[in-house]
Design a protein around this ligand. Sequence first.
Ligand code: CMP
Length: 143
Amino acid sequence: MERTLILLKPDCFERRLVGEIISRFENKGLNIVAMKLIQVTPELSKQHYAEHAEKPFYPSLEEFITSAPVVALALEGLEAISVVRDMLGATNGLKAAPGTIRGDFSSSRQMNLVHASDSLESAARELKLYFGEDDFCDSSPVL
Ligand code: CMP
């Protein structure tokens, strides 16, 4: 089993797509093992997006990710990291395939609704930014 960090970003919250997108993950059979609604600070944004900090788009990304609450989720499942990344589709919503979350709901590279960890190492690092050990509940698979 793998655990991965998901952020339902400010555009997801403001467009009231939180339930719709969580439903997709539940329907796929992924288990929610931790969840919280938080306001990302500039400091947390810099930690989370450390690998992008020097990129030209970073200032705009920080402004966006701190603009409204995000829902942080820890999802657990077999091959959860790649399963979720496949469900999201390409980073740029304009290029994302129909049927994927971004392909169905986003036409933007920045406002692409959902972040998901891209590797086991990223997942371990990112989960610690948003959750403490006490935040996790035992997964209870129904499938
Ligand atoms: P995410 O999967 O959260 O990882 C980094 C984020 O930066 C990405 O989703 C987009 O929201 C944003 N991003 C990536 N590339 C660009 C870009 N070229 N211009 C603006 N935002 C970008």
